[in-house]
Design a protein around this ligand. Sequence first.
Ligand SMILES: Cc1cc2nc3c(=O)[nH]c(=O)nc-3n(C[C@H](O)[C@H](O)[C@H](O)COP(=O)(O)OP(=O)(O)OC[C@H]3O[C@@H](n4cnc5c(N)ncnc54)[C@H](O)[C@@H]3O)c2cc1C
Length: 318
Amino acid sequence: MAGIWVFADNRDRTLELLNAGRSLADRMSARVAAFATEERFAGEYIACGADTVYVHQALAEGQPFESCLPVLADLARAEDPDVILVGATGRGKEIGARLAARLDAGLCSGCVSFDPDDSGKSLKMNRLVYGGAATQTVVCQGRPQMATVPPRTFEPAAAQEGRTGEIVTLPPPPPSSIRVIGRSAKQRDSVDVTEAKIIVCVGRGFEKKEDISLARDLARVLNGEVGCSRPVAEELQWLPEEVYLGISGKKVKPVLYVGLGVSGQVQHITGIRDSKVILAVNRDENAPIFEAADFGIVGDLYQVVPKLIEELKQALEA
Ligand SMILES: Cc1cc2nc3c(=O)[nH]c(=O)nc-3n(C[C@H](O)[C@H](O)[C@H](O)COP(=O)(O)OP(=O)(O)OC[C@H]3O[C@@H](n4cnc5c(N)ncnc54)[C@H](O)[C@@H]3O)c2cc1C
């Protein structure tokens, strides 16, 4: 194994990929290269596991980030990395696919874990399929072996003292035929649930839209945000689609997830299973969510939630 590249378009995703890349590299006797959008990140990336950091040059006014593609492709042809892990942000998915096409390589999307095969030369790339009900293991025949990795799949790598590495400035990206003529913030009528530390999730166990105030009250006491299952957003349209959780919705990793009247079908659980603590309230003791939950309350949410709020308020005031 010659080298593992980790590429993401921002610092947080790069640190997560460094965690995955470094652990692979240690098992495969490989070196790790990371890419930094600014030189100030290079030292941190080295401390967090990179042996080499390639620093992108500043983009000209109006030049899109994607114009780094020819630079990346030329470098890949010259350096011949065995593995390229790409952070699956909006930009990352596009750059990963286009880079794979330029290198005539395969690309395995949405990988959640990796293992070297017995030969130590190929990578077994694992991804969820059938709505999260099964794991598929993919091995690429060609080189480099490329994969995209969803945000927050791995914890950010921790810095280690005394690590050293080289910093290499990349050539400037060639002029692009695309010009960015303006940027405007995306209009949101909801919070970003992926950033929430505590999520109270509304399921179809709620009888009517107004009752969501119960979930909001609980979220307020816990200092959390409200999310929901897919039918609550898509069918009932009680909450915006940006806050539904699951395989086709948002994948979240809060410290605490509280599911209220959520049955816990696999497509939902796939999006919340990485939560540190899962608490479920459901009146059906056989609801599948209890299999995924750390704590379960079998009961009617209309009785349980007000009691929870009361107890929490008392505990917080004490
Ligand atoms: C391809 C595909 C992708 C999908 N992707 C997603 C996805 O990303 N996210 C997602 O959420 N779903 C997704 N689904 C839908 C998923 O399969 C489930 O249908 C959905 O998650 C169920 O939502 P729910 O748990 O809110 O409702 P239900 O399954 O109807 O469950 C309601 C639960 O509330 C309980 N309940 C009822 N009344 C009360 C009460 N008073 N107190 C306490 N408990 C009560 C019931 O016992 C029941 O368990 C997908 C489906 C498909 C086919």
